[in-house]
Design a protein around this ligand. Structure first.
Ligand code: NAD
Ligand code: TYD
Length: 373
């Protein structure tokens, strides 16, 4: 096709990537969207069934660490924009296997940067009209204190603030887990490619996402599935840790806006000012699943099982996304109550998607994970 733009989206078969691919393929029929994914345990082409035959969509199975192949693909598809999401993304896995995180998240990002540099610098127009957009996380900023726990009235007070401090774009990087250390390192390489070679780059750091197609090793889909099957809900520590939750489609909307309107070399934080203690969000999820399954609301509370805390468990994440609102006018479109209702409904209605993942190797992995805690 004679495309207006050719965009490479890495990690497009994963959770957030699949929402970004869907948005770009449907919203921009005159762009060619190339989804490059290795299809690790977390990559699933079933996430993209609805758009897989779109004329402006291509899927390529490849590893971002394969330098020669990435170089070939950039030239073959004449890529002018890269939205880089491919990564190992689960903190618990990074604690068990940090090397894989360094390989994919650090070396993979560096390989992609170097391949893009060589390709774009070989063109007559050079870096004109090009963009390397790196998707990162709020976890690079470390952890915040929980200074106002007494302010919380009930588990449905979703908008309580747990402290006065927030992660801002200027906050010093202080990663604690092998996952966040690897993401921090990749962010530094992206900035270095801008500062050293003049590559047009942009970085965004987003809070915890939730919504359809999330791999059920992460809190919300894991717990929805366990409640459905009346399996224990392993709450780490006392369940007091605070996370800031954003509906994944709102993250994809922000990525679209920043890809088109963001300023080169800038960083934008993305978050919904929506902080929840784990135990409170878990109670909301239990009530919602119970209600939607026709059970008595709250009858599955006894599935809550406190287990040994995650090593180095960050206490609180909270993103200040006012820069993104002020400069580009982005705001989340969904209130949390609406988002969680939609999410629980989606998992309950898409049981086949879940069953397909939660058989075989998955079961074994979780048995081992909890045996070794
Ligand atoms: P995910 O684990 O669901 O998906 C990752 C995808 O990357 C998978 O499809 C996987 O197959 C692919 N991949 C992994 N290694 C690869 C390799 N070597 N080559 C090519 N593809 C590879 O992750 P996610 O939750 O969708 O996160 C996507 C990105 O967003 C990550 O960079 C993550 O750090 C970042 N992020 C995630 C969150 C969150 O809450 N999930 C929040 C902020 C930022
Ligand atoms: P997770 O979804 O793994 O995201 P992240 O670690 O990137 O924030 O976990 C969200 C929170 O839920 C985190 O504080 C750890 C906690 N948690 C549990 O208590 N039990 C679990 O089984 C999981 C997966 C997470």
């Amino acid at each position: 096709m004679n495309a207006k733009r050719s965009i490479l989206i890495t990690g497009g078969a994963g959770f957030i990537g699949s929402h970004v691919v869907r948005l770009f393929v449907t919203k921009y029929p005159d762009y060619l969207i190339v989804n490059l994914d290795k299809l690790t345990y977390a990559g699933n082409l079933a996430n993209l069934k609805d758009i897989e035959n779109a004329p402006n969509y291509r899927f390529v199975r490849a590893d971002i660490c394969d330098f020669d192949r990435i170089r070939e693909l950039l030239a073959e598809y004449r890529i002018d924009g890269i939205i880089h999401l491919a990564a190992e993304s689960h903190v618990d896995r990074s604690i068990k296997d940090p090397f894989t995180f360094a390989r994919t998240n650090v070396m993979g990002t560096l390989i992609l940067l170097q391949a893009a540099k060589l390709y774009w610098e070989s063109l007559p127009e050079g870096y004109d009209g090009k963009l390397f957009y790196h998707i990162s996380t709020d976890e690079v900023y470390g952890a915040l204190e929980l200074t106002k726990p007494e302010g919380v009235k009930s588990d449905i007070s979703a908008h309580e603030v747990y402290g006065d401090d927030f992660f801002r774009e200027t906050t010093k990087y202080t990663p604690h887990s092998p996952y966040s250390a690897s993401k921090a390192s990749s962010d530094h390489f992206v900035r270095a490619f801008h500062d050293t070679y003049g590559m047009p780059t942009v970085i965004t750091n987003c809070s915890n996402n939730y919504g359809p197609y999330q791999f059920p090793e992460k809190l919300i889909p894991l717990f929805i599935n366990n409640i459905r099957h009346r399996k224990p809900l392993p709450v780490y520590g006392k369940g007091e840790n605070v996370r800031d939750w954003l509906y994944v489609v709102d993250h994809a909307r922000a990525i679209d806006l920043i890809f088109h309107k963001g300023k080169v070399a800038e960083t934008y934080n993305i978050g919904g000012f929506n902080e929840w203690k784990n135990i409170d969000i878990i109670k909301v999820v239990i009530r919602t699943v119970d209600r939607l399954l026709g059970r008595t609301e709250g009858e599955d509370m006894d599935l809550i099982t406190y287990v040994t805390d995650r090593a180095g468990h960050d206490l609180r994440y909270a993103i200040d996304s006012t820069k993104l609102k002020r400069e580009l006018g982005w705001e989340p479109s969904l209130q949390f109550e609406e988002g969680i209702e939609k999410t629980v409904k989606w998992y309950l209605e898409n049981q086949a998607w879940m069953d397909n993942i939660t058989s075989g190797e998955y079961e074994k992995y979780y048995e081992d994970m909890y045996k070794n805690r």
